[in-house]
Design a binder for this molecule. Structure first.
Ligand code: SAH
Length: 584
């Protein structure tokens, strides 16, 4: 937890149940001290400034701490968790919204509900750090945040300086000042040196236009950009993306550089680039690539703004920098929500769903998430409307919203990730995208039936909506010969029945009728159903569009209620397998 660096946690419990929960919390709060409730100890710890967590009834806590409570500024953070661990209540610590955040993190960890009662009315500073994050700003010196909070508590407003091209709404108790020296908070893309008393927030609104000869390395790109930024006093954290010619954007070291630095990479063709005029045109460049200045025109087109640094030529690279008008940034998360019920979401997916303002998805999956979605803007499409869903999500994110596009299972496995990235690429859109992986049907189904995919395996979808059936048949033929377990997605629907019969025939050409086959329908949902059978006896009528089929290899076998494909241990370590003490 972020907070741990500054303060430690002390956990008080009363009962053995409370103690168990305290021990569990220590997995998250590694350095936490745990004590049975004792008044003298509270007094001591109150002085130290540790964050206190009480695992007991709220009434007991109030009676214990009342005499120590002084003021918002002096009191340490206090949280209460009921003994069954169902609710986490941030009780004191309102001067920094930190305690609310800790409550949320503890709740995420234990599966509890955080009971947040503070309102962010206009008199209270909204969690400054949350606002910074939402505005997409990067804090250069977060360590001075508490000082800035203290100024606000005293004076009830903050003096803020922001550069002209940054169109971000300031909270309603910030006063804008014209000179950055007078400000307590500076929002900029410039490098202002080491200011010790002012909070510096960087707005990433700079685009580098890049021209280069192939052969340059990632490191050379980085050094060149850093050099230009430094010379011109721009902060490197303000770099939003890199633009270049379409064919140069294919250059792998450049792609690697952008991916690692989390920069958007855009490639434009000559017609797109010619829409903006170069400020330093070169005939030689025009003869080679039919534009007058790759770096300047790319930066201008990508930023839709103005040139800040005209072309600079360094060794094998030319660089220009343009500035975009900065608005509240949107973000598109493509969230894998797993096979069904909420508990199979990852913690990360849960956090994103809580944070998202807009949810785009389709009925079945949204239903599982229902209780996470009140108050959100929801767009619900039918199953086959993937393109509409992807476009809607992109459009809403481009408007400056935080969007979660729901993709069942994992977004990268027959999910929404590929489609979104293709549409973005086709339209050359600069949008921040993050893909949140999820538990795919193959993970869920194999876990339910045992260990069928312990060694290599193949995965195939029988849906011929986007892949020609002839091609699918060819693939089936090849993977069946490879004697690997096969996972079949989209095996059968009301309208699509013959594919599974044909697939079975193809596989039977290479595999015995007796090999194990499992059909898992609606894994991790209320209607979950598992059928164990063999390839010869597979009853296709049991299979629907919510099923995944796992077909064994020649090595797979059933043992009791489990389906196993051995990894190979028994060949090597068979003697060590025996657990003799249990066999007596
Ligand atoms: N992205 C999803 C797959 C979407 S394709 C994932 O990673 O799981 C849809 C197919 O996935 C269905 O036809 C079915 O074969 C499989 N599937 C999805 N959820 C499932 C579940 N809960 N149980 C069994 N199969 C499932």
């Amino acid at each position: 937890m972020r907070n741990q660096k500054n303060s430690n946690f002390t956990i008080f419990y009363l009962s053995s149940e409370g103690k168990k929960l305290a021990e569990k919390l220590r997995i998250l709060l590694k350095k936490a001290e745990i004590y049975k409730l004792k008044k003298e100890l509270i007094a001591e710890i109150w002085q130290k400034g540790n964050i206190l967590i009480f695992i007991m009834a709220l009434g007991i806590v109030i009676r214990q701490i009342t005499e120590f409570v002084k003021s918002k500024k002096e009191d340490p953070g206090v949280l209460v968790i009921n003994e069954t661990g169902k609710f986490v209540i941030p009780l004191l610590g309102g001067h920094s919204a930190e305690v609310n955040k800790i409550a949320q993190e503890l709740a995420d960890f234990t599966g509890a509900e955080p009971v947040i009662t503070t309102a962010s009315d206009s008199k209270a500073l909204p969690a400054l750090d949350l606002w910074i994050k939402r505005m997409g700003l990067i804090s250069k010196n977060p360590e001075i945040l508490p000082k800035i909070m203290a100024i606000f508590n005293e004076r009830r407003y903050l003096k803020v300086y922001k550069e002209i091209n940054l169109k971000i709404p300031l909270f309603n108790f910030a006063k804008e000042v014209d000179n950055y020296r007078e400000a307590e908070v500076i929002i900029t893309n410039k490098s202002l040196g080491n200011l010790k008393t002012q909070l510096i927030l960087i707005a990433p609104n700079l685009w580098v236009g890049l021209g280069f000869h192939e052969g340059i390395t990632e490191k050379e790109i980085e050094i060149a950009i850093n050099k230009v930024f430094k010379e011109k006093n721009l902060d490197i954290l303000a770099l939003k993306g890199i633009a270049t010619l379409e064919k140069k954007a294919k250059y792998l070291p450049l792609k690697t550089f952008c991916q690692n630095k989390k920069l958007i990479l855009l490639g434009f063709n000559k017609d797109e680039l010619q829409k903006k005029e170069a400020c330093t045109p070169s005939k030689k460049v025009f003869q080679a690539v039919e534009v007058y200045s790759v770096s300047e025109q790319s930066a201008l087109v990508a930023s839709k703004g103005a040139l800040l640094i005209p072309k600079r030529t360094l060794k094998n690279i030319t660089i220009a920098v343009a500035e975009e008008i900065y608005r509240i940034p949107g973000k598109l998360y493509i969230v894998g929500t797993g096979p069904g019920k909420i508990e199979y979401l990852t913690l990360k997916a849960l956090t994103i769903l809580r944070e998202a303002e807009v949810i785009v998805g389709y009925k079945t999956y949204l239903k599982f998430l229902e209780r996470l979605l009140p108050g959100k803007e929801i767009y619900n499409f039918s199953m086959t409307e993937e393109i509409k869903r992807a476009k809607k999500a992109i459009e809403e994110a481009l408007k400056g919203k935080i969007v979660a596009l729901i993709s069942g299972g994992d977004p990268g496995i027959y999910g929404m990730a590929g489609l979104v990235l293709e549409i973005l690429g086709k339209n050359n859109l600069s949008l921040e995208v993050e893909i949140i992986p999820g538990i795919s049907a193959l993970n869920a189904c194999s876990a339910l039936i045992g260990a069928p995919l312990m060694n290599d395996f193949a995965v195939i979808s029988l849906s011929d909506r986007l892949t020609p059936w002839e091609e699918i048949k060819k693939r089936l033929n090849l993977i069946s010969q490879a004697d690997l377990p096969i996972v079949i997605y989209n095996p059968r629907s009301k309208k699509r029945k013959i594919q599974l019969s044909e697939a079975k025939k193809i596989i039977l050409q290479y595999r015995k009728e007796t090999i194990p086959v499992a059909v898992v329908c609606s894994a991790m949902r209320d209607s979950q159903k598992i059928y164990f059978t063999t390839l010869g006896e597979l009853d296709e009528n049991l299979v629907d569009m919510k099923s995944t089929i796992i077909i064994g290899s020649s090595k797979s076998f059933y043992f009791n209620q489990w389906f196993i494909t051995p990894r190979g241990y028994e060949r090597k370590y068979e003697k060590e397998f025996e657990i003799s003490s249990f066999l007596e």
